[in-house]
Write a protein that binds this ligand. Structure first.
Ligand SMILES: *Cc1c(COP(=O)(O)O)cnc(C)c1O
Length: 650
């Protein structure tokens, strides 16, 4: 569960007098996590720069929103930027190519995209297409993923790497790939898989391409530390690897060993871990080569992090290196070890998923209301024979100043506690309790104002500030759209996508529309590390307010669940078109789940449900409780709700 924070921190915007879009960039750290793909224009709208520069095409997110409104595509919605996906694929491949050349490394790079990170067909298709010039392949971790990979990756020069536990059908499918002339490599995660693989391959007379995954000793920090080390779930120990080699030699199949693999976890925050794992892996590779395993591919797994919180630090939501640093370490360390051990430079394989997909999609939702603590519009005028507790609270309000706010806070809090006891004893009336609480929150609001200008304010008061933050109600489910914010406390960038030229005045947390008190976002990024609130603009009646959750392209939408039956979101796929006045077009709209679809996956039969409701309505019509015309409307209404989007209508 979420780590508790000791001291709450805030975006202190009080000091900023003349707000500019530069302040928006600082507040939400857009340039830092955005990798050049995101910027704010003069109008204060968030924009996408598919070429990572504001000099190229610029897509205004609000223009996409306008077009979606015109096309009646309701929110919340996922927006995918295919150009970002393509450019991430090209960047990784080009970086490997250039560093390999610079290092005079004699192997080549054959990256694979791990489908599990985002299995959506359009995403995989785009990656395969963008990767074609680089012979970029796919990685599969299950039977359905392999079925997809075999159908999608038809390039005979790129790899298909299979990780995860395997049964006979899965092994047979892999060999089918080999029969079609594809480079399908079965990575052995557990010794018995090797025996099964060799048996099936002998039965059908097809030689396998074998990979060996090692449990290396290097462990990562961060949230996926248990993927490495002796107790990892996957991989062979050094003893088992030697046994495998001995066995394959005994049946004259040692030449089938093509790949050596290790993977020490996702979102590796610290480059030191990467260096250590490459050193250890390179040595194992070199020693195995000398033992007679003529391995062609050195597969470093995934784990390249994403700078979600913009800090570029070794915090769990960040990483203290760039892709270029990572690639340089892989290439140079491997080269050095190979040269020292006098073995050939292998081809390099990496399985980056998060780093390829995280940036390409976001979730856009509308805020439909705010919950505020302690409404202020209750009449607190002094009544005759008023309870002394209420009078005392009123006096505290009058005495409050920037000098004594800490003392007043202590007294007011004590008084409020006493009032609850008094209420329980029947001494305080309902009206008096309401007055006292209204006065109390009025005092607290003023205290928070004083504390904001006081650099020595106590943690206790700062905590009050975060407790009094507005809750903005957002039309989405974090369990569907940002599960990692709930499950592992991952920070994702959250910000308004318009009005960024106006100073945001409200410190907020976000709550979603599930009936789950965990359905909230209350950890946000800032230049100084995690904060409990995010600055937002004041909501105005009759005006839309759109916010975005960014970097949701890796793992989020694919691991989302159906909590409260909300189901999948509407999606629009955006392509850049420099010749269009808006620089974009919507290439595809994929509608999210209708209520009937979500219910059907849970074994309900929406047709039967509609019939039952109609029969019930008819009965009431016959009894004269509902007018016939109204009965027909109600039947239609129920059926239309079944056919509609699950999220709140505006
Ligand atoms: C999940 C996984 C990956 C992808 O890791 P990222 O951190 O997303 O790059 C790569 N290889 C294996 C074996 C995996 O299980």
């Amino acid at each position: 569960m979420k780590p508790q924070q000791a001291t709450p921190r805030f975006h202190n915007l009080d000091a900023i007098k003349n707000w500019s879009i530069k302040d928006a960039d600082d507040t939400y750290q857009i340039s830092r996590w955005g990798e050049g793909y995101f910027s704010v224009n003069e109008k204060g709208d968030l924009c996408i720069n598919p070429n990572q520069t504001e000099n190229g095409p610029v897509i205004n997110l609000m223009e996409i929103i306008e077009e979606m409104k015109n096309k009646n595509i309701p929110f919340p919605a996922v927006i995918r930027f295919h150009d970002i996906l393509r450019s991430q694929v090209a960047n990784l491949n080009k970086t490997f190519r250039s560093i390999i050349e610079e290092a005079k490394f004699t192997g080549s790079y054959f990256g694979v995209y791990p489908i599990k990170v985002n299995q959506m067909r359009e995403v995989v298709e785009e990656i395969v297409d963008a990767g074609a010039p680089f012979n970029y392949g796919l990685e599969a971790g299950s039977k359905p993923e392999l079925l997809a990979a075999l159908a999608m990756n038809v390039n005979q020069n790129s790899l298909t790497v299979i990780n995860g536990y395997k049964d006979r059908d899965l092994l047979r499918l892999a060999l089918l790939g080999n029969q079609l002339g594809r480079k399908v490599i079965v990575v052995v995660e557990k010794y018995s898989e090797l025996l099964d693989l060799m048996k099936i391959s002998q039965e059908i007379g097809v030689e396998p391409m074998i990979g060996l995954r090692a449990k290396i000793a290097t462990k990562s920090s961060g949230k996926w530390a248990s993927s490495g080390g002796d107790y990892a779930k996957f991989g062979l120990t050094i003893t088992e690897i030697l046994q495998a080699l001995k066995y394959l030699k005994s049946i004259n199949k040692a030449h089938c060993i093509k790949l050596f693999h290790f993977h020490i976890g996702s979102q590796i925050p610290d480059i030191k871990t990467i260096k250590d794992s490459i050193s250890e892996g390179s040595r194992i590779y070199a020693k195995l080569w000398k033992e007679g395993a003529k391995i062609e591919y050195f597969d470093v797994g995934g784990g390249v992090g994403v700078n979600y919180d913009g800090t570029r630090s070794n915090s769990p939501s960040s990483m203290n290196y760039t892709t270029k640093d990572y690639v340089a370490d892989v290439v140079y360390i491997l080269k050095q070890v190979c040269d020292l051990e006098d073995v050939p430079h292998p081809n390099i394989v990496s399985e980056s998923g998060r780093a390829i997909t995280a940036h390409h999609s976001c979730v856009i939702t509308n805020v439909f209301g705010a919950l505020e603590i302690g409404t202020d519009n209750f009449n607190t005028d002094k009544a005759i024979n008023e309870n002394i507790l209420v009078s005392n609270m009123r006096e505290l309000q009058q005495e409050l100043s920037e000098k004594n706010y800490q003392d007043i806070y202590n007294d007011a809090t004590k008084l409020k506690e006493e009032s609850i006891s008094a209420f329980k004893f029947g001494i305080l009336s309902l009206d008096e309790r309401a007055k006292l609480e209204t006065l109390y929150w009025r005092i607290c609001r003023k205290i928070v104002e004083h504390a904001s200008l006081d650099e020595y304010a106590q943690d206790e008061i700062m905590l009050l500030k975060s407790q009094m933050a507005h809750q903005y109600m957002c039309n989405f489910s974090i369990f569907q759209s940002a599960p990692d914010t709930w499950a592992i406390g991952q920070i994702l960038p959250v910000l308004p996508i318009h009005k960024l030229n106006e100073k945001p005045t409200e410190l907020c947390t976000l709550v979603d529309i599930t009936c789950d008190s965990d359905g909230k976002v209350d950890t946000f990024l800032s230049a100084d590390g995690p904060t409990n609130t995010v600055p937002m603009h004041k909501l105005k009646d009759g005006e839309d307010y759109f916010i975005g959750l960014f970097m949701t392209g890796a793992y989020q939408d694919i691991m989302g669940d159906n909590h409260n039956c909300f189901g999948r979101l509407n999606e629009v796929h955006i392509f850049c078109d420099d010749d269009d006045p808006t620089d974009f077009y919507i290439e595809e709209v994929i509608y999210g789940n209708k209520a009937s679809q979500v219910l059907a996956t849970l074994q309900y039969n929406p047709d039967t449900m509609a019939q039952t409701m109609k029969a019930n309505i008819d009965t009431q019509v016959k009894r004269g409780k509902i007018r016939p015309r109204e009965g027909v409307d109600l039947t239609d209404f129920y059926e239309n709700c079944l056919k509609s989007y699950t999220y709140l209508k505006k």
